[in-house]
Design a protein. Structure first.
Lengths: 330, 309
């Protein structure tokens, strides 16, 4: 894909480029021109994506959030653990940009550090769902028959329980368990893994259904039949022909899901059953801000703002990618 | 059509059985003490634990336990909560409040969502279209509990336009307006977007061109030809959404202290009341599945292509 875009870019940008390549045979030149006019779907999509301002806005925002998650001290001057009880619930000022919370901790610092848990849950959960869902969808759609029926019916069972409800039940009953197989599951990271686990366990069916239906659409195409007639192995057919042509809807939904899982994590933490202090996440901070809401709304406002912007960025990116892949929108 | 209904009903049975089993297993198969929190901040006396385990058959293997539980659920008995009240009776009372809230949310999202979607879809790329796209993007992005608290803080507490809480056994319709708007806001955005893309696509179709060519008024072309065909997916969405609204109101009901099923689960989690939570969630999942079934059957009747596969 990258080769094609650069080839076609140079053809579009500099006509002088052709003269440098001139001593090639005529047929090669014709092949070049043909490649310039007929682009693959993904190259085409990327071209229209680059012209979409929403794509750039969301990409920059996501880059910032990921940077915050990896390297929070880049943005902050205070330590995460720093708090001054004599400065409890101060409103935003030059010293504390977002004010301070009940404990006198700097809200700006905590909001920046809160990105890590939220982004981590979102990334891990969506990767898990993408992997499990698309693998099972691929198997169900490609093999069909009894395997398809079995996978689809199992998916129906998990699909029947709404995500929030399953999260509530799973996490509230895990609360009484301290360790499994000698691993402490109530540690900071242990709770994050619990939340991720429940999202993957109950999130895969929707992606499986999506993948299955696009594989079923791709499978009867001539190029797949041709590859089979030429004696390609099933693995090769799937890798080279089916997967690249069936992935687009799954990628769009995955991007949007990333935002949705970040919001779901915050909702669970807000209900008091997801992450909890001393872990810092936006959901936990919002939960902290509930009690003093009337007197000092700023404690709740800033983490809620960051949370909303993060979710917005992923949904915006998903929208832009979908529009780029949808030929009808052009 | 008859074959479709029968097949759909048969498919539903294993889903109900296994999903309720899954819920049951998640609560009762986990290691740890089931009676934590039932006797305040101290462990329960051994006699109580023994009686509790006996009553809910917790000493039997899991499938047997579930068998007893399923038999009870079928006869309408969802067990007793911490206070010794029947969960099914309490749920029946609260379900009326939740249903009222869900109907109001559905009306709100349906009327405004469809209107916004039609106006946006008719002039794709125009001012209203962009306004609808941007505003729905914001509504979808802001998590519902943030929307809820913002609405409660500004509309309820600061400007005092609506009551900030809708507590009590039978809250008035006026008190439910604010929670209903919050509850319906996300779906409103989806309906507006769905309607917009349907209208924009259908307005370019052949039958609309034919209608124009034979000289029908624009009002009739949009109102009858385009709208009717664009409505099918939206009506389906609203049907599924009604099932979700009945079950997904946990956060909203928690914020506005509505005494509905969601609020029941909200307090149940806080009190670590396993029996109450499992009973309420089981009931909700069954209602949710029933609603989905109803929509599928309705959809099969509305669109003949579905049932003739």
């Amino acid at each position: 894909m990258t080769d094609k875009t650069t080839a076609q870019d140079s053809a579009a940008d500099g006509p002088g480029q052709d003269e440098v390549d001139a001593p090639t045979t005529r047929s090669a030149a014709i092949a070049d021109v043909a490649e310039g006019t007929s682009r693959s779907l993904s190259a085409d999509a990327f071209r229209s994506l680059r012209r979409n301002p929403f794509f750039w806005i969301s990409s920059v925002l996501i880059f910032l959030f990921v940077l915050m998650a990896i390297w929070p001290s880049l943005f902050t001057t205070y330590d995460l653990g720093f708090n001054d009880l004599s400065k409890s619930r101060e409103t935003p000022s030059g010293e504390h940009w977002f004010g301070t919370d009940i404990q006198g901790a700097d809200i700006y610092t905590r909001t920046i550090y809160g990105a890590r848990a939220s982004i981590l849950v979102g990334v891990l959960a969506t990767s898990g769902v993408l992997l499990l869902g698309s693998l099972l969808g691929l198997i169900a759609g490609y093999i069909g028959g009894l395997t398809d029926t079995l996978i689809s019916r199992i998916g129906d069972i998990f699909f029947a329980i709404p995500l929030l409800l399953s999260g509530i039940i799973f996490l509230s009953s895990m609360r009484g368990v301290d360790e499994i197989w000698g691993v402490n599951i109530q540690s900071d990271f242990g709770v994050i893994i619990q939340v991720v686990l429940v999202f993957v366990l109950f999130g895969w069916p929707s992606l499986m259904r999506l993948m299955r239906s696009s594989v079923i659409q791709v499978k009867p195409n001539d190029y797949v039949q041709a590859a089979r007639a030429l004696g390609a192995s099933p693995m090769r057919i799937i890798r080279r022909h089916v997967l690249p042509n069936a992935m687009a809807p799954a990628i769009v939904v995955t991007t949007i899901n990333l935002g949705a899982y970040i919001a779901a994590e915050a909702t669970l933490s807000f209900l008091g059953i997801g992450l909890r202090p001393p872990t810092v996440s936006w959901g936990v901070m919002i939960n902290d801000g509930l009690t003093p809401l009337r007197a000092s709304p700023h404690i709740l406002f800033f983490p809620a703002l960051f949370l909303s912007i993060a979710v917005l960025a992923f949904i915006m990116l998903g929208d832009a990618v979908r529009d780029a892949f949808d030929p009808k929108s052009r | 059509m008859g074959k479709y209904i029968v097949r759909r009903l048969l498919q539903m049975i294993p889903v109900v059985v296994f999903s309720t089993f899954l819920i049951y297993a998640m609560v009762f198969a986990m290691p740890g003490d089931r009676t934590v929190g039932m006797c305040g901040e101290r462990p329960c006396p051994p006699a109580f634990v023994a009686a509790f385990n006996e009553k809910y058959h917790l000493n039997d293997p899991l499938p047997v336990q579930y068998g007893y539980y399923a038999a009870n659920v079928l006869s309408g008995d969802l067990g007793e909560n911490q206070y010794g009240n029947s969960v099914s009776e309490e749920l029946a009372e609260r379900f009326q409040v939740t249903a009222k809230l869900a109907v109001m949310a559905l009306a709100f999202e349906g009327v405004i969502g469809i209107l916004a979607g039609v106006l946006a879809g008719l002039r794709k790329g125009g001012f209203i279209d962009n306004l609808v796209l941007v505003s729905t993007l914001f509504v979808i992005s802001v998590p519902i509990f943030v929307t809820g608290f913002a609405a409660q803080f500004f509309l309820g507490l600061k400007w005092e336009i609506f009551p900030a809480l809708a507590s009590g056994k039978d809250p008035s319709l006026f008190a439910l307006i604010l929670p209903a708007m919050v509850l319906g806001s996300t779906s409103l955005a989806y309906i507006a977007r769905l309607m917009r893309s349907n209208i924009a696509e259908n307005i370019k179709s052949d039958y609309v061109r034919t209608a124009k060519a034979k000289g029908l008024s624009p009002r009739r072309i949009v109102g009858v030809h385009t709208l009717r065909n664009s409505m099918i997916p939206v009506v389906t969405f609203m049907g599924y959404d009604f099932g979700a609204l009945l079950g997904g109101a946990i956060v909203t009901e928690g914020i506005f202290a509505v005494n509905g099923v969601g609020g029941y689960i909200f307090t149940g989690i806080g009190n670590r009341d396993g029996i109450a939570v499992v009973g309420a969630v089981t009931a909700l999942v069954i209602v949710y599945l029933m609603m989905n079934l109803l929509v599928d059957l309705l959809y099969g009747a509305l669109d003949p292509r579905i049932s003739n596969d």
